[in-house]
Design a binder for this molecule. Structure first.
Ligand code: ZN
Length: 156
């Protein structure tokens, strides 16, 4: 992949979130699953919301979900975001249940709608870091995202 001039702050993986970022590099959305009752949760949650257990395993989520809610940022809260304004921030509710904060890509801000189906895309912002964002997903079952990408990018 070509080098990119990515200026926004890049999140740094700590011990607890490392499997999430390692998974992202391998095109996997990794979240926690309670080993007692099977409820999914994000690494930010110490305990299962269902059975209060602290036991978990890292497991691959489907990457599919829906746009739960979103906002458009017009104000500059951080100097490095100046060129990105206006940008969206979104809460995506995964099929597995947890909601995560992300951005919606491949969609003009004006076309964002709550409940629209979305799927994870993996954005290599640096050699070390891949961020997980989401893009609109068609409602009708069609080719998998990878097949669609191959079709879209014939002139590599
Ligand atoms: Zn549980």
């Amino acid at each position: 992949m070509a080098e990119r001039d990515y200026k926004l702050p890049i999140p740094v993986a700590d011990e607890e979130s490392r499997p999430f970022f390692e998974g992202a590099k391998q095109r996997k959305l990794m979240i926690l699953r309670c080993t007692r009752c099977g409820t999914w949760r994000l690494p930010t949650r110490e305990r299962c919301a269902d059975c209060w257990s602290t036991e978990f395993e890292w497991a691959q989520a489907s990457g599919r979900g829906k746009l739960y809610t979103f906002g458009i940022m017009h104000q500059q809260y951080h100097p490095s975001f100046a060129e990105a304004i206006p940008y969206n921030f979104a809460f995506v509710e995964l099929e597995e249940g947890p909601r995560l904060v992300t951005n919606i890509v491949d969609c003009p801000n004006e076309e964002l709608r709550t409940d629209m189906p979305v799927e994870a895309v993996f954005d290599d912002v640096s050699e070390e870091t891949t961020l997980i964002r989401f893009r609109p997903r068609s409602l009708t079952p069609g080719p998998s995202p990878s097949q669609r990408e191959r079709g879209d990018r014939r002139s590599g």
